[in-house]
Ligand binder design. Sequence first.
Ligand SMILES: [Zn+2]
Length: 84
Amino acid sequence: MGERYENIVLGAHYVLTLGHLRDWHVLRVICGHCHRVGYIHPIELRRRHYADNMPLNELKPRFRCTKCGNKRGNSWETCRLPRD
Ligand SMILES: [Zn+2]
């Protein structure tokens, strides 16, 4: 499923906040330890009551890898859901 997501550049990582993400965006998070790739939908983040001005870089350490439990050294990029 996830492989169909298309990478997009919304802006420099340090300026992007949760508010920049729309419902058709998705965050691809790569584990810094086992390199497992996970996808996080902005709706999930809003459900956790993160504010729209929350920088995505600050959210990064809160993403725990579902495979190895690691939270350190993760990287992320923005993607778009398939349009069909
Ligand atoms: Zn991992």
